[in-house]
Design a protein around this ligand. Structure first.
Ligand SMILES: [Zn+2]
Length: 679
């Protein structure tokens, strides 16, 4: 089971903050913005001026809602409707709609799946049974080497996973990245932590393995389960600790093909790589060498029959969603109830939607964007991105704290940065993937094989920095530092973040400031270890870093003074990196907004000037209903400050003072010399 973790290489941006409703451009004088609380003076409390009425009327508990949560809900419903419509339609064989519809319909065909029993597994189970020695075991394991991991996910389903991406030292071609895997529980600590809670969890996992063996009709399930757990504990002991995931330099371990025999004896690597389809691959990047060495040794030291039991259990688990309900029910007991704390079995359609998205992400994405993100939306977002680039070019050129040589590198990196918006220019071509209604198991197997072959084919092609790593229908964005690229999906580029028919001032103040925030990460302490082509290597000088930290200290002091509760204040240092990005994002988006006007004055809408709407949209980004416990948790642990204080970023921008006539004596007023500008 794969777990999403944050690796230094790639960052999934969850947009944990909320954005507000965009002021719609309306020819007729419309109803005024009902979220604003006009009893609050903008200069005293801009967050409550912008959101006061919304905060009073929105309901929620714990963490939410915020706008992102509402967008996820809306978008999930749209995706569900599209997939279910496709399942009802009679689409031309081979079309995207046919594949999506038939994939979903097959997953929903509970009776058909039930009638087949475990028969679909017969070929695979026979292949496992035919294993007799180390070579045939290695060959079988090689055939399971799937591209089910990437820089975002580690702990592959099988003993190793592969990610085909550019290398850390060269950017022109794809490289074979090998990542650790093979554990049924998500965390290495689940296996080695001696606390009573984890001991209990391991007991529950062992019982679950036993239940799966029993379902497969394998004799003596209890003692076999104990041995399988013991094997996984040994695999876990060789895994790299979670803390290593934050340090990309630890993952950059180039191995030549011949190194495997010397550094990781045990596996028959010839047999392994041959059946993985990469017999001729000369170079690999091994992210966790200890896991490759440790697991390979276990191929030799452990009994072949134990490995065969292990493989059978993991095979059944892997296909649980397309097997009879007894298997799915047992899967839910451990993964749903015990691990995730779920009370109820999810609706079958929820799993089917998830499965369809996982297998045919960009096919569903095509259906989604055809309806909800037309080419003119993409063109509008691209124009905004061009303005943001123009604004950044000017800002970086004028930086006073960065040395001239470093500035040159930053400008080169900006010039090379690829920003994708909405959906990819080139979709994945699914024409060689056959989807057959009534064959849920076969569809899943073929989709996985299709994915594996597509990734293997990349090894022979030049690296493509414009490849998408997030599906358009996901409400999110991804920064990938290697290659140098950022992607903002159609799911996140919708009202109120971005309205293709809406007001430019609001779009730039909301989505524009968000995109500009992320761009700044390419040049800050996160991005400064990757060059313009996404190759590893620090490009700041020690002096650049010293100057940057001196400037950051001023902003940290500003945030230290925010105390949401009498005994709870923000820790400026903990949230420093994100606040700097907020300031950079807001300033640059404002520059870009001015650029977009091309010298013309903006119109007044609902009594608000363009400048006012720009900052208003920014303040709305951050609104959120949050109870005290959630607020305390965020202040103590999160690298992002609570939304209210992120909204107060406006205090550092001169144009905000002008837009809302904020002056000395107003609560948010800062003297010009106290306003922080780092970028
Ligand atoms: Zn950020």
């Amino acid at each position: 089971m794969a777990l999403i973790r944050s690796a230094a290489l790639v960052t999934i941006l969850a947009y944990t903050v909320s954005l507000g409703t965009t002021v719609a451009v309306d020819q007729t004088p419309s109803a005024q913005d009902t979220d604003i609380d006009r009893n609050v003076r903008p200069g005293d409390d801009f967050y409550r001026y912008a959101n006061g009425n919304w905060l009073r009327t929105a309901t929620g508990s714990g963490e939410g809602p915020d706008t992102r949560a509402l967008l996820v809900k809306r978008t999930n419903q749209r995706v569900r409707d599209l997939i279910q419509e496709a399942a009802e339609l009679e689409s031309a064989k081979g079309s995207v709609a046919q594949k999506v519809g038939d994939y979903y319909a097959s997953l929903m065909d509970e009776a058909g799946i039930e009638a087949k029993g475990l028969a679909p597994l017969a070929t695979e189970l026979a292949a496992i049974s035919a294993i007799t020695n180390k070579t045939s075991l290695s060959a079988y394991l090689g055939a399971t080497l799937n591209s089910e991991v990437d820089g975002l996910t580690d702990n592959a389903d099988h003993i190793f996973g592969v990610w085909v991406n550019q290398g850390f030292a060269e950017s022109d071609h794809y490289v074979y990245h090998l990542l650790q895997g093979g554990l049924g529980m998500p965390d290495r600590d689940d296996y080695i932590d001696p606390s009573p809670k984890m001991v209990e969890l391991r007991g529950q996992y062992k019982a679950h393995i036993g239940a799966v063996l029993k379902l497969a009709g394998i004799a003596d399930p209890e003692s076999r389960a104990a041995r399988i757990l013991a094997l996984e504990i040994q695999i876990a002991q060789s895994h790299a600790p979670d803390s290593d995931a934050a340090d990309v330099f630890k993952q950059n371990n180039p191995w030549k093909r011949a190194d495997f025999r010397v550094k990781a004896p045990g596996m028959d690597w010839d047999a392994y790589f041959k059946s993985a389809g990469v017999a001729g691959q000369p170079e690999f990047i091994v992210w966790q060498p200890s896991a490759v060495t440790g697991t390979s040794a276990l191929i030799s030291s452990e009994d072949i029959d134990l490995w065969k039991d292990y493989l059978k259990v993991h095979l059944i688990e892997h296909y649980a969603s397309v097997l009879p309900k007894a298997v799915a029910a047992e899967h839910f007991v451990f993964y749903g109830k015990i691990l995730a704390g779920a009370q109820q079995v999810p609706d079958r359609s929820d799993d089917a939607i998830r499965g369809t998205n996982a297998a045919l992400g960009q096919a569903v994405g095509q259906l989604y964007t055809q309806r909800y993100f037309p080419p003119e939306a993409k063109a509008k977002a691209q124009a905004m991105v061009r303005d943001l680039f123009g604004a950044y070019r000017a800002r970086i050129s004028n930086l006073s704290w960065m040395s001239p040589r470093t500035k040159e590198k930053a400008l080169a990196k900006l010039a090379a940065l690829r920003i994708g918006v909405g959906y990819p220019d080139k979709w994945i071509d699914y024409s060689t993937l056959d989807v057959v209604r009534g064959d849920a198991f076969g569809n899943m197997q073929r989709a996985e094989a299709f994915n594996r072959l597509r990734n293997l084919a990349k090894l022979k092609q030049p690296a493509d920095p414009d490849e998408w790593r997030i599906d358009p229908q996901i409400v999110g964005a991804v920064i990938v530092f290697s290659p140098n690229t950022e992607t903002f999906s159609a799911g996140i580029l919708q009202p109120p973040f971005f309205d293709r028919q809406g007001d430019a001032a609001s779009n730039y103040g909301s989505a524009g400031a968000g995109i500009a925030h992320e761009i700044s990460h390419s040049f800050d302490e996160l991005g400064n270890i990757y060059d313009d082509q996404g190759r590893l290597g620090k490009w700041w000088t020690a002096e650049d870093a010293t100057n940057y930290h001196a400037a950051a200290a001023k902003l940290e002091a500003q945030f230290d003074r925010y105390c949401p509760l009498s005994d709870l204040c923000v820790n400026g240092k903990q949230v420093s990196g994100e606040n700097i990005a907020d300031v950079a994002g807001l300033l640059t988006a404002h520059d870009a907004y001015i650029l977009s006007l091309k010298g013309k004055a903006d119109v007044v809408i609902d009594g608000l000037t363009g400048e006012q709407r720009f900052f208003l949209a920014f303040a709305k980004r951050w609104r959120k209903i949050q109870d005290e416990a959630a607020l305390r948790r965020q202040v103590k642990t999160d690298s992002h400050a609570p939304g209210e204080y992120r909204s107060d970023t406006v205090r550092n921008v001169d144009a905000w003072y002008k837009a809302y006539s904020v002056a000395a004596g107003d609560k948010l007023y800062l003297k010009p010399e106290d306003r922080v500008k780092i970028w």
